[in-house]
Design a protein around this ligand. Structure first.
Ligand SMILES: [Zn+2]
Length: 387
């Protein structure tokens, strides 16, 4: 059975009229659920649907509900409440409406990607080989980061009626989560990027030490290799081959992946709801061990956002082929550019459905031009006829 949800911002729902939007998405678009964000990074959004001001910006990472702050009394990291949630609780309003209209509710929750918390608490951020705290990227080996994610997740799942919690960036974000204009004068290449992505914070070093891996030796080695890149050299070789040839680096990556899997297991043990894990990174840069993660969660997600129908189908087929439980796969599809006409929209979902996927999420309500919604409805009706 085809299942369809749509990523949705709470401010779009509230400002356009919560009753109308929820009813429209259920009845007119034919969705089974929405994936609403309760905790989000910064953004500048061109709003397509509403009258009045059209550019909407959030300069800080924030939560879009009214947290019970007593739950964060013992956490070093505290949620920043968005102005959108100061006068009313968007999640309370929208979850109630979803329930009433028979629309499922997934909470699309950002994990480690948080510029505000990483800048207020640099000791909780990833730390590169030279000791620099990285912007916008919290480290999952840090107990304070884990405590914050646990508190946030438990509150969301226990206080609101939700069917699923969907994690974006529940892994090591690595190198490149810049907020400012990046000024990088050398070509890092895949290996340079990998080396800069490694975290050597005290917690990561400690985890490595527990596993008998000499983090100090690796850090010194990585610094030397990066100094060579910075001097104008380059590190050749494909990533996989480079890692395989270095037992110390390979062991460090295994420790990092074990940290990510451990966090997912921890959340699985705590939460009574379905858990979905959005893949946007990979094993080498981000520490995601897909087999291990898939054995714990209820759903994993890949993004098939392009307009190339064959490519979308091939990506879905390849991912399903890698999975022990391919029915756990959800494919993210774009509801707008570059999927900009009715035919392409129908063909993309048709091809991914043809590759065996039955779970879909469209990106995203407030960014989809009005004209596209009936097309999405028709595309969904079409694949449902083939279920
Ligand atoms: Zn770390």
């Amino acid at each position: 059975m085809t299942y369809a949800t749509m990523w949705t911002y709470p401010w779009d729902v509230l400002d356009e009229g919560a009753e109308e939007v929820i009813g429209f998405l259920r009845e007119e678009v034919g969705l089974d659920a929405i994936s609403l964000t309760p905790a989000y990074h910064t953004y500048d959004q061109l709003r397509l649907h509403r009258a009045g001001p059209r550019l909407y910006s959030s300069y800080e990472d924030a939560v879009y509900f009214q947290p019970d702050l007593s739950r964060y009394r013992d956490t070093v990291l505290k949620p920043l409440i968005s102005p959108v949630a100061r006068e009313r609780d968007p999640l309370e309003i929208i979850s109630r409406l979803c329930k009433r209209r028979g629309l499922g509710l997934t909470l699309w929750t950002i994990g480690t990607h948080n510029h505000l918390l990483a800048s207020r608490h640099p000791e909780c951020a990833l730390q590169g080989a030279f000791g620099d705290p990285y912007p916008g990227a919290l480290c999952l080996a840090n107990p304070q980061v884990r405590e914050y994610i646990r508190a946030l997740s438990v509150e969301l799942c226990n206080r609101y009626e939700v069917d699923c919690i969907e994690y974006e960036s529940l892994y090591y974000l690595g190198w490149g989560m810049f907020r400012n204009h990046a000024k990088v004068g050398v070509e890092l290449g895949p290996v340079g990027r990998l080396l800069l992505s490694l975290c050597f914070c005290p917690h990561c070093r400690g985890r490595a030490g527990d596993a008998g891996v000499d983090a100090g030796a690796l850090q010194a080695q990585v610094r030397g290799q990066l100094e060579e890149v910075f001097a104008g050299g380059s590190l050749s070789g494909d990533l996989e081959g480079y890692v395989a040839a270095d037992p110390l680096l390979s062991a460090y990556l295994r420790v990092r992946a074990a940290v990510v899997t451990e966090v997912v297991k921890e959340l699985r043990g705590l939460l009574q709801t379905r858990i979905s894990f959005l893949y946007m990174g990979d094993y080498y840069y981000n520490g995601t061990d897909q087999d291990a993660i898939e054995s714990v969660v209820d759903q994993v997600e890949i993004l098939c956002y392009g307009s190339d129908v064959a490519q979308a189908a091939a990506a879905a087929k390849a991912q399903r082929g890698r999975m022990r439980s391919p029915e756990k796969l959800l494919a993210g599809l774009s509801g707008f550019h570059p999927v900009a006409d009715e035919k392409t929209l129908r063909e993309v979902i048709g091809a991914v459905h043809g590759a065996g996927v039955r779970r879909f999420s469209y990106y995203n309500y407030g960014m989809i031009p009005r004209r596209h919604f009936p097309w999405i409805r028709e595309a969904l009706d079409e694949v449902r006829r083939h279920d």
